[in-house]
Design a binder for this molecule. Structure first.
Ligand code: PGA
Length: 264
């Protein structure tokens, strides 16, 4: 895992935006894995700004989102399809037909999960997958105890996640307890993963992910098995890491290595 520790959430968003910008510059037809939640919003705002300034284009890109609430269709304001349209897709030059979010209103959700996997494979897999992390260590809606090789499937949300997300729903509004989510195996198949975490309330989960054992009890710890995982943290999210100085040291050395390689 590459562990990047930055000062604040704005720097985390800019670092994440750079990764996507560079990926699209290398390959305009990249397949991007996207995420919802509060954390990626600042990154999406930065990508919108860059797209409108003409420094990045999504016109040939394809996207696959991690997850969706089961039982909500894309017009529902709390659905993740609605979130993605509002927070990103409506403001950039992407062809909406190339954007994919698991169908929360599928008549046959089990089949829909298989189809989602097939579509990712048909697109030749995901080049860069964006992730957040739940306070309980979830990635996507892969809650603790999720199989570490799981594929896209219907998952029950934990009480902790339902409580964390209740802030998005009105008091009398129906809040789903089920979801469709890419599996941990699906996420691990992405050629690169970029996990962003900001704020002290993520510090325990970040510690478990990086310094704890590889365990289904902390689904994000599966990233320890990934060949190219970049974990981008602000000081708050990094605050419970035991080896923080070592991670900063490696990053400084990495930068020197990049400069050296560029000079050859
Ligand atoms: P958050 O959610 O960005 O809203 O904190 C992250 C997650 O649950 O994956």
């Amino acid at each position: 895992m590459q562990i990047v520790i930055l000062k604040n959430a704005a720097e985390v968003a800019a670092y994440g935006a750079d990764i996507f910008t560079q990926q699209l510059a290398r390959n305009p037809g990249s397949v991007l894995g996207l995420a919802t939640g509060s954390t990626p919003v600042a990154l999406y705002q930065e990508l919108i700004r860059r797209n409108q300034a003409g420094t990045v284009s999504f016109s040939k890109a394809k996207t696959f989102n991690l997850d969706e609430y089961l039982g909500l269709n894309g017009e529902h304001p709390q659905s993740y399809r609605y979130f993605m349209n509002e927070q990103l897709f409506n403001h950039i030059d992407i062809n909406k037909e190339n954007t994919h979010v698991p169908p929360g209103d599928a008549k046959n959700p089990i089949e829909a999960c298989k189809e989602y996997e097939a579509r990712i494979s048909a697109a030749d897999g995901i080049d860069v997958q964006l992730l957040g992390i739940g306070r309980n260590g979830h990635i996507g809606f892969n809650e603790p105890s999720s199989g570490l090789t799981s594929r896209t499937r219907v998952k029950t949300l934990t009480k902790a996640t339902i409580d964390d997300n209740a802030r998005f729903f009105a008091a009398d509004e129906y809040q789903p307890h089920l979801s469709i989510t890419m599996g941990i195996g699906t996420i691990l198949d992405a050629r690169k993963v970029v996990l962003l975490a900001t704020g002290e309330n993520k510090a325990d989960a970040v510690h478990a992910m990086i310094e704890g054992p590889l365990t289904a009890a902390c689904p994000a710890s599966a990233l320890q098995m990934h060949r190219h995982a970049v974990i981008v943290l602000d000081e708050g999210a990094a605050s419970k890491l035991k080896d923080i100085e070592f991670y900063k040291h490696i990053e400084a050395e990495n930068q020197k290595l990049q400069e050296y390689l560029a000079s050859l």
